[in-house]
Design a protein around this ligand. Structure first.
Ligand code: ATP
Length: 462
C-alpha cells in the first residue's frame, strides 16, 4: 500500500495520543510538538532498539550521557559558533523569513521568480532580501547576570559531548581502537523552515555514535577508512529494515557529492526515506576524519590522542559518525506502519503494523463485555501480564470496536476473556483465553497457565 498522506498521520497521532501540537490551548507554537502517552512509549522503544543494536549487542561500543549545557568553548572548538549557520532571506512585503537553500530545494513548493530567475516570496510574491547568515544555535544564560561572560548554548547535536570525553572514556574503560561511543538525547536548532510535523522541529532527539579508528596509512587515499564507512552505512540501513521494519523500497542511500561535503569530511552518505512530499534525510553517516578531535585539542591545549602500543606512537583517531534522528524516525515508523484494509466483516480497518518490539502497547486485555462475572478473571490476567509487557485493560464498548482501537494503535495481541473462560449457568469455565493477532486477525485459544509462553512467541519482552 502507498504511504498515507501526512494529514492522515498527523490526525491519527493526535486522536490516539501519540503526538500533540505543543501548547495548543495558547494557539500552539511553530515547530514544537508534545509526545502523548503512546508517543512516549514508541519513542522509548525506538531508542531502546537503537541502544540494543549499537551498544548492548556490540562489544566495541559504550554509552555516554554528557551535560546539555556546558562550556561554550565546546561550540567554538567544534566550529558551530562560526559555521552552524543557515542563509536567511526576508520578504520585504510580508516580513516572512525563509531559508534561501530550502527555497531552491523546493521545501516551500514551486516558488514564483522575478525576471532574472531569483526566487520571490512563496506567500505573496514579494521581493526577498539578500541572504544573511543566521546561527541556528539557541543561546541561554547561566546565573543571574545576562552578559556575554555568562552566555551558554543549547546543544544543536550530541556529538561534541562525545569528542570532549574521548580520553575520559578511552582511559576509564581501557578501550583499544577501534571503538565507539554512543549517546541519545535532545538537541536544539533554531529552525525557521516549515516543519512538516515532527520531521523538523526546534527540539528533537538524536541517536549518535562516534566510531574511533586508527588513522589511515595514506591520508589522501584512505581506502581502509572508506571501507569502514561503507560497513557502517550498510549496518545502519540493515537496522532500519530488519530491526525497525521499514519497507526497503521506501529507503535509499544517497552519497554526498564532493561540493556538498564539508571541507573535513572524506565521505557522507544519507539514508533517505520516501516521505509523502519526496525523499528526505533520516540519518547521515559521515566520515569526519580527525577534524573534531584535532580542533578541540588545538583550542583546549589538551592532547586528544590515543597511545598505540604496537608502534609506541600517540595518534589522533579518525571517526565515522552515524547520526540518526529519533523523533524523525518516529515519524517514519508511523507513516510506514500505516495500513488500511478490510476487517473480519469486510469493513475498513486502520492498522499500525509496527514491529511488535516497537508497539507502545504490547498486549490488550479485553473482557468480552463489561460484566461482573468476567471482570475478576480479566483483572487477574491483566495483573499477570503488566509486569512483563506494556498492557492495557479495556472493557468499554463492543469487542469489535475495541479490536479496531487496538489495531489503530498497533497493539500486536489482544487477549479476550469470555464466558467459556469463566463458565456460566453453573458450568465450570475452561480457564482458557483467546489471543487475537493484529495482522492476521486469527484467534487461538490458550490456557491462562500457558498465556505468558504463548505471548512470548509473539511479542518480545524488551
Ligand atoms: P537536515 O538537512 O534535514 O536539516 P541535517 O543534515 O542538518 O538535517 P544532521 O545534523 O546530520 O542533520 O543530524 C542528524 C539527524 O538528526 C538527521 O538525519 C535528522 O534525522 C535529525 N535532525 C536534524 N535536524 C532535525 C530537526 N530540526 N528536527 C528533527 N530531526 C532533526
Amino acid at each position: 500500500m502507498p504511504a498515507p498522506d501526512l494529514e492522515t498521520i498527523v490526525s491519527l497521532a493526535k486522536r490516539r495520543g501519540f503526538v500533540f501540537p505543543s501548547a495548543e490551548i495558547y494557539g500552539g507554537f511553530a515547530n514544537a510538538y508534545d509526545y502523548g502517552p503512546l508517543g512516549v512509549e514508541l519513542k522509548r522503544n525506538i531508542r531502546e532498539a537503537w541502544w540494543r543494536s549499537m551498544v548492548q549487542e556490540r562489544d566495541d561500543v559504550v554509552g555516554l550521557d554528557a551535560a546539555l549545557i556546558t562550556n561554550p568553548l565546546v561550540w567554538v572548538g567544534s566550529g558551530h559558533v562560526a559555521n552552524f549557520t543557515d542563509p536567511l532571506v526576508d520578504c520585504k512585503r510580508c516580513q516572512r523569513r525563509f531559508r534561501a537553500d530550502h527555497l531552491e530545494e523546493g521545501a516551500y513548493g514551486e516558488v514564483p521568480r522575478d525576471a532574472n530567475g531569483n526566487p520571490l516570496c512563496p506567500y505573496d510574491g514579494g521581493e526577498l532580501t539578500e541572504p544573511r547568515q543566521f546561527n541556528m544555535m539557541f543561546r541561554t544564560q547561566v546565573g543571574p547576570v545576562a552578559d556575554e561572560a555568562n552566555m551558554a548554548y543549547l546543544p544543536p547535536e550530541t556529538a561534541q559531548g562525545i569528542f570532549v570525553n574521548f580520553v575520559n572514556v578511552q582511559q576509564s574503560m581501557r578501550r583499544k581502537l577501534p571503538f565507539g561511543i554512543a549517546q541519545t538525547r535532545v538537541s536544539f536548532r533554531n529552525e525557521i523552515t516549515p516543519g512538516r510535523f515532527i520531521f523538523r522541529t526546534l527540539e528533537f532527539e538524536q541517536m549518535e555514535m562516534e566510531y574511533f579508528c586508527m588513522p589511515p596509512r595514506d591520508r589522501d587515499n584512505p581506502v581502509e577508512y572508506l571501507a569502514l564507512h561503507r560497513q557502517w552505512v550498510e549496518e545502519r540501513l540493515r537496522w532500519y529494515i530488519e530491526v525497525i521494519g521499514i519497507a526497503p523500497e521506501r529507503l535509499r542511500l544517497r552519497d554526498h557529492d564532493k561540493d556538498e561535503l564539508s571541507h573535513y569530511s572524506a565521505a557522507t552518505t544519507d539514508i533517505e526515506y520516501l516521505f509523502p512530499w519526496g525523499w528526505g534525510e533520516l540519518e547521515g553517516i559521515a566520515a569526519r576524519t580527525d577534524f573534531d578531535l584535532s580542533s578541540h585539542a588545538k583550542l583546549s591545549g589538551q592532547p586528544l590522542t590515543y597511545f598505540d602500543e604496537d608502534t609506541g606512537q600517540h595518534v589522533v583517531p579518525w571517526v565515522i559518525e552515524p547520526a540518526a534522528g529519533l523523533t524523525r524516525t518516529l515519524a517514519v515508523v508511523l507513516l510506514d506502519a500505516y495500513s488500511e484494509e478490510p476487517d473480519e466483516k469486510g469493513e475498513k480497518r486502520v492498522v499500525l503494523k509496527f514491529k511488535p518490539r516497537l508497539a507502545p502497547i504490547k498486549v490488550a486485555v479485553l473482557p468480552l463485555s463489561k460484566n461482573d462475572a468476567l471482570r475478576p478473571t480479566a483483572r487477574r490476567v491483566y495483573d499477570m501480564l503488566r509486569p512483563l509487557w506494556m498492557t492495557q485493560y479495556d472493557e468499554t464498548q463492543s469487542i469489535g470496536r475495541r479490536y479496531r482501537r487496538q489495531d489503530e494503535i498497533g497493539t500486536p495481541c489482544c487477549v479476550t476473556i469470555d464466558f467459556q473462560t469463566v463458565g456460566e449457568d453453573g458450568q465450570p469455565g475452561d480457564d482458557c483465553v483467546t489471543i487475537r493477532d493484529r495482522d492476521t486477525q486469527a484467534q487461538v485459544r490458550v490456557p491462562i497457565s500457558g498465556l505468558v509462553a504463548a505471548l512470548e512467541e509473539r511479542v518480545p519482552r524488551c
